[in-house]
Ligand binder design. Structure first.
Ligand code: KG4
Ligand code: ZN
Length: 399
């Protein structure tokens, strides 16, 4: 079964063709990073407008990569796309005349090769979600295909299964710019949330600290890079440790606002006052980055390993943008060394991280999990009823 998947929940416009929940036939993702960099974070209205601009070229590139070769429409489509550089779409190139001349070829490709359309419905920025869901509804109506609304969070956890390196049940740790969630993943659609952040998300905290250190957005990778030359013991920042009381529903929770405040009070911007002019910031910044990174990632490791021990789970999957951080894996490995005193976790743990293109927001994971929604009969009865929702609640998280 081939699914055309659409992801527009934040600042990536991504389309993919995915077969039987596993095989990514093609994917095209347009990133908006450069559009938001000047603001140090994602600006919702800019994100929505940009999705609108790049949706069609991204769809076209995805189809061209994926199905053109096997179809008679091949030539027309490849010609139509030859001027279309990936990730650098200019909507002004697409006038109505050009669009109409290739429309039939694209519709034929879509109608003949896909079995269903899937789209992220929640959570996310509402304007961004509107663009993707409206496009999905229009395509489903036009092509007379089933429409499947998908949870972005369940899809992130499912991206781990698509690596082929993890089996159910596993402990999933989703760490991105918007979410920090630890869950016991029992099946693609059945997840038990063990803990989530009580305030900021881990990636969001990396981005805020990066801004204080005058690093470009998004800041996670830049902090990791800077931390390599710093001393992680230079500053002692607070590490959030919830009470390990079995009766507490927050025992696997995370928190980043305290750490953020502590680090920002160390930042050049905050300390450049008449009293602190003698600091050499260029020397201090790597130490701030390294000490922050250690504190931010340690709570992820501690809570995850404590849950692994309590539940007797030996497979841990880490997904979301922060999973790209190599030091996180080093910390996990250090923490469960068999001879370590007060060892937190079972000895035979395995860690799985998806490749980068499946860690960050992508349509492949949407198409992957949509197959399981389809098998479970979770398909829209009336496509016009499909409605996006911005929120999933932080404490009583709705996946
Ligand atoms: O999953 P993602 O691409 O988007 C969503 O937020 O859904 O995650 C982006 C987040 C950003 O906050 C970024 O700073 C963080 O992932 N990130 C990292 C690293 N690479 C990306 N954080 C720490 N270390 C990294 N190497
Ligand atoms: Zn995401």
């Amino acid at each position: 079964m081939r699914i055309l998947a659409i992801e527009t929940s934040c600042d990536e416009t991504s389309l993919a063709l995915v077969d039987n929940g596993r095989t990514v036939v093609s994917m095209d993702t347009a990133s908006q990073e450069l559009y938001h960099r000047a603001f140090g974070g994602v600006v919702p209205e800019i994100a929505a407008r940009r999705h609108l601009e790049v949706f069609y070229p991204t769809l076209k590139a995805c189809l061209t990569k994926g199905v053109a070769a096997s179809l008679s429409a091949e030539k027309t489509i490849q010609n139509a796309s030859s001027s279309n550089k990936q990730h650098n779409y200019n909507h002004k190139e697409y006038n109505l005349k050009a669009l109409s001349s290739h429309r039939d070829a694209y519709l034929t490709v879509l109608k003949n090769t896909i079995d269903a359309i899937a789209v992220t419905t929640h959570p996310g920025l509402i304007g961004s979600l509107f663009v993707g869901t409206n496009a999905a509804k229009s395509l489903a109506y036009l092509l007379e295909k089933p429409l499947i609304g998908v949870s972005h969070l369940k899809a992130h956890f499912y991206s781990l299964v698509m690596t082929g390196k993890i089996t159910f049940p596993y402990l999933g740790l989703l760490v991105s710019g918007g979410h920090t969630i630890l869950a016991l993943v029992k099946t693609p659609l059945e997840l038990e949330v063990l803990g989530s952040t009580l305030d900021d998300a881990c990636g969001e905290c990396f981005d805020k600290i990066a801004r204080a250190l005058e690093l470009p957005y998004p800041g996670g990778a830049a902090i990791e890079e800077l931390a390599r030359t710093g001393d992680e013991t230079y500053f002692t920042y607070p590490i959030f440790r919830p009470q390990q009381n079995k009766l507490s529903r927050y025992r696997y929770a995370f928190s980043y606002s305290g750490l953020k405040t502590a680090v920002i009070h160390n930042s050049p911007r905050y300390l450049t006052t008449p009293y602190h002019t003698d600091f050499n910031w260029d020397t201090l910044k790597p130490h701030i980055a390294a000490s922050f990174q250690k504190a931010a990632l340690t709570q992820l490791v501690e809570q995850t390993l404590a849950a692994a021990r309590e539940l007797g789970i030996t497979q841990i999957g880490i997904c979301g943008g922060v999973a790209a951080n190599k030091y996180l894996k080093t910390l996990f490995n250090k923490a469960h060394l068999p001879k370590k005193k007060n060892n937190l976790a079972p000895a035979n743990l395995t860690y799985v991280t998806p490749p980068l293109e499946l860690c960050t927001d992508n349509a492949a994971m949407i198409g992957g999990i949509a197959y399981h929604y389809y098998l479970a009969g979770a398909v829209c009865e009336n496509i016009f009823d499909l409605t996006p929702t911005a929120k999933s609640f932080k404490r009583d998280l709705v996946l």
